[in-house]
Write a protein that binds this ligand. Structure first.
Ligand code: GDP
Ligand code: MN
Length: 401
């Protein structure tokens, strides 16, 4: 689960990471009031930042034509006007896809006088099975691009989870970033706070991009988290109640929310062959075999071990709401599940949804004969696959005709 930037900054500041002063606002008037307050406290300017889980806001464009999801403003009027141009509008960035995201909140915060930008993050390194702290002087940029083009600019420090991040590791990273003097101490405190946030919040990712070296009015240099992203492991949400309460369903794929209501494990992908499978392992193997025969899966869908007729119907409806889908592959192994129940579910779902796309079904296991009989006698134009390979080949071929 992801949270918004303003929520991530609240969490980080609880762990001693310095973030700009600011406030999340839902209306232009709130943005005006927040700006007036920040200016009164000594800010020279404020930044108005669209809140959405998608990144790349700075370079994004609203569907209204308004350019930039992150804007520096000098007066309360200007901030109110900017907030008014963002709120209730749809922002399109590199990460949102063409449909964009509706902005219903902006973060108004004290603008920083930025001298340089860094990247820092804590994530789980699957290779070493350990937490990894990553840092780079190429801050403010797309880190995937930095990793691809100039991997030498990324510094890594592996953490022993039993001990946690050690102060020397934080200092090592700070000096590798080229920081000097008291900034080493500041950076170390910040990195240790970042790691602690990651660990205690059960995060899968905590990322600050950019972490900025700023010059305050008194001429002093300081480090501050100008942007923040926190992703929390869904499996830990049961014990992260205050973070769970930050969930914003408007930011999640509507089909995935619908699927979770029916206890279906559905993840939308960008291919054209939908699959409906029981069991996560079989579902993954099904996606692989579709790919093997030259197709590309439109989704991951595990209906679980004991899917009901209603769940199968709901699953078909979800699959069919994806406009990219050109054919469907049902791959069921009746272990706990009875093939005749699933067959009856398929027949009902096909009739209810007036399915017009090619449908290939492969059934195996408990009551398979009865299941096949139900499918055959339904008179529906579905194709049956004898083996998984046969079914996958047939469904891929059906999209080529
Ligand atoms: P993102 O585009 O969604 O990653 O949003 P960011 O919060 O990273 O903002 C994009 C860019 O806006 C940053 O990389 C900064 O260069 C700039 N920016 C953000 N806040 C400030 C600020 O307080 N002062 C100045 N001068 N620039 C800022
Ligand atoms: Mn950013």
């Amino acid at each position: 689960m992801n949270i918004h930037e303003y929520q991530a900054k609240q969490l980080l500041s609880q762990y001693g990471v310095s973030v700009p002063q600011g406030k999340a606002c839902a209306t232009a008037d709130e943005a005006r009031a927040a700006t007036t307050e920040l200016l009164a406290k000594g800010a020279n300017r404020v930044v108005v930042k669209s809140q959405t889980h998608a990144g790349g806001r700075g370079k994004g464009t609203f569907k209204s034509g308004f350019k930039g999801g992150v804007k520096v403003c000098a007066t309360a009027d200007e901030a109110a006007q900017t907030a008014g141009s963002m709120l209730g509008q749809v922002l399109v960035t590199k990460q949102t896809g063409p449909e964009g995201r509706l902005i219903s909140r902006v973060l108004v915060e004290q603008a920083s006088n930025i001298k340089s930008e860094f990247y820092i993050a804590v994530l789980l390194d699957r290779g070493s099975s350990r937490p990894l702290v990553m840092a780079s002087t190429a801050g403010g940029m797309d880190i995937e691009e930095v990793a691809a083009k100039t991997p030498e600019k990324i510094i890594k420090e592996t953490i022993d989870p039993a001990i946690g991040m050690m102060p020397f590791q934080a200092r090592k990273l700070a000096s590798a970033l080229g920081l000097k003097g008291n900034l080493i101490g500041q950076a170390s405190k910040l990195l240790l706070g970042l790691y602690k946030t990651w660990w205690e919040c059960d995060a899968s990712l905590v990322e600050i991009n950019p972490l900025c070296l700023v010059e305050n009015d008194d001429g002093q240099e300081a480090l501050i988290a100008v942007d923040a992203k926190v992703s929390v492991d869904d499996n830990a949400l049961y014990r992260q109640k205050s973070i769970h309460a930050m969930r914003d369903l408007n930011e999640e794929a509507p089909l995935e929310i619908e699927a979770s209501k029916h206890n279906l494990n559905y993840i939308k992908l960008d291919g054209s062959i939908a699959c409906l499978v029981n069991g996560a392992g079989l579902a993954m193997a099904t996606m692989d075999i579709i790919q093997h025969f030259g197709g590309s899966p439109a989704n991951f869908l595990d209906v679980g071990g004991g899917a009901s007729k209603d769940q199968v119907t709901a699953a078909f409806k979800i699959i069919l709401s994806d406009a990219n889908v050109k054919a469907i592959l049902v791959n069921i192994f009746g272990g706990i599940m009875q093939c005749d129940v699933i067959a009856a579910g398929i027949v009902a779902a096909v009739k209810e949804t007036h399915l017009a796309l090619p449908l290939v079904v492969r059934l195996e296991g408990n009551n398979v004969e009865l299941g096949q009989k139900i499918l055959k006698e339904s008179g529906l134009p579905l194709v049956s696959g004898d083996t998984m390979a046969d079914a996958a080949e047939k469904v891929v071929r059906s999209t080529l005709d």
